[in-house]
Structures are given as C-alpha cells and as structure tokens.
Design a protein around this ligand. Sequence first.
Ligand code: FAD
Length: 298
Amino acid sequence: MNIVKELKKLKIGKVVSEVELKDYTTYKVGGKALALVYPDDISSLKKLITFIKDNNVKYKVLGNGSNVIFDDEGYDGIIIKLTKFNHLDIDDVKIVVGAGYNLVKLAYKVINLGLAGLEFACGIPGSIGGAVFMNAGAYKSDMGYIVSDIKVLTPSLEIKTLYNKDLNFHYRTSFLKEHPEFICLEATIILRHGDIKLLKEIIEDRKQRRLLTQPLEYPSAGSVFRNPSDDYAGRLIEDIGYKGHIIGGAMVSEKHANFIINKGGATSSDIKKLIAEIQSKVKKKFDVDLILEQEIVE
Ligand SMILES: Cc1cc2nc3c(=O)[nH]c(=O)nc-3n(C[C@H](O)[C@H](O)[C@H](O)COP(=O)(O)OP(=O)(O)OC[C@H]3O[C@@H](n4cnc5c(N)ncnc54)[C@H](O)[C@@H]3O)c2cc1C
C-alpha cells in the first residue's frame, strides 16, 4: 500500500512525503519519515488516528522538535504536526490555547498584556503540547503551576478534559509523558495580573543571562540530562572533563556542559554516542545514573 497516497485520499489536511526530520528538530538531525501530516481539525485528527490503527502504522506527534532525537535512519511511520491547532482566546487571566501554539510567542504576548506567570517560558522553544508533555519549566516554575486543564484525544478517540490534579506534573514529566497515546489538543492556562514594566525587565534580564550561559548560537535540544537530586548534571559532566568533548559533529558545549551542540554535520548517532559515553564516565566516577531529559525516538 502507498501510505502517502492513501493519506492524501482521506482529505484530512496537508500531507508531505519523505520529509527530512532534521528540518523539523532543533538539533537538526534525523533521517526521513514516511509522511508528515498536518490535520486540519479534530475530526481530521480522529480520521488520521483511525487510519493509523487500521493499518498498523507507527506514529508520533511532534511539537517544535526541541526535545527529541530522531534516528539517522529516519522514522518508519507518520509524524503528526498540530500546527493548525493554534487558536488563542484570552479572557482576562484565562488563556485557552491550541496545542500547536508556540510557547515563546505566547509568553511574550501575555507579558505585553500585563499578565504574569509565563515569564519562565520566554526561552523554551517548544509548542504548548510539547511543554505540557514535558512539564517544561525554568526558574523554579513550570507548566504545572499555570495549567488548569487540558483537552485531549484519548486512545478510544474521545475528547476528554484532564484537570491539573490528573496531570501528575512533576520535574520534567506529566501524565502525557506516562501515556503518550493521549494527544493534547489544547490547554487552559490561568495567569495573574502583573506589572508590564517589571515583567519586561525580568524577561530581558533572563534573556541576557541565557545568552551568556547557553550555546544558543548552535543547534541543540536544551538540557541533555535531568539534574540529579541536590546536584547539577552540568557540574558532573564538567568534572569528568567533558566540556568541549567532541564526537563527529556533536560537542559538549564549552558554555554549558549539560548542552550537546551540533557543531555542523552532526548525526543522531554522534549525539547518542556522546550521551552514552557521558553516562558511563559519570557512573564510573560518581556512581550517579544520569537520566536523559531529551527523548530518543525509536
Ligand atoms: C535552546 C533550548 C533551550 C531549552 N530550554 C528549556 C528549559 O529552560 N526548560 C525546559 O523544560 N525545556 C527546555 N528546552 C527543551 C524543550 O524546548 C522543551 O522540552 C519543550 O517543552 C519541548 O516542546 P516541543 O513542542 O518542542 O516538543 P517535541 O520535542 O516536539 O516533543 C516532545 C515530546 O512531546 C510529545 N508531544 C508534543 N506535542 C504533543 C501533543 N500535542 N500531545 C501529546 N504529546 C505531544 C512528543 O510526542 C514528544 O514525545 C530547551 C530546548 C532548547 C532547544
């Protein structure tokens, strides 16, 4: 069966064949996917999932690709992009936003309206769906502090509301991460009124600090490992002498040891080898198991 041809027949939205995943991830690595689909709306998404299940094809929802490592061999399945799920409704401090909406864009937008609570997100280049999935956060705050509920498509294709208490938000994890078969469609976020001038000062100050401490001039996917309790992954990596360590085109950043950067021409395999080497050296020297924050997609 020609999957792409069949997908196009469904008339559920744009279907692109043979895309290079490196063009859809911030690491700029990853081979070809069978197809990439942009469902037009919820009913199209339901049709797509039904097709996927009926034909026993692999699939993966992709946000902004800022936390994933696809294989150099690519992905033998369908990539679903919820770019069209980008509605935004702001009613006083209540924000209802589509899963495909850009988190940084939302953070700047609400700050310009004098709304506080999303300042932490100004440097996190994810989508709303990916941010809820990861419970993205910084500066002692995260999505768990502001998301009141989300709308999901369940594996049985029902639309359900999951409330904050159901979402099991903890350090870089959530109910969605534990149950990747649920698809986040939209989130409701509750913010607070704040002082625009002060909020702008906070984000400008943090932006300057990030520019100094993070290698933002190179492709990466942010922090590679979770911080072990009461310690920093970056410190451990520095202490094994791995700052600046290179495998192929992948390098441990000189600016921030918990970032691996693509110096140019890195492959997914370079990055994975570097990750494995760091884990093994840190285990040997400190008896600490560094846990990956980024996701290797099989
Ligand atoms: C320069 C840089 C700085 C960063 N700084 C931070 C930081 O300070 N704090 C932080 O927490 N993270 C940070 N990150 C990591 C990353 O931006 C976050 O993890 C972000 O939340 C990932 O969102 P995404 O849309 O890119 O998700 P993707 O990488 O596209 O996907 C991540 C996972 O979420 C799933 N997913 C995506 N959308 C949905 C959906 N709608 N429904 C269900 N599942 C979904 C995917 O299937 C995948 O498993 C940084 C990354 C970079 C490149």
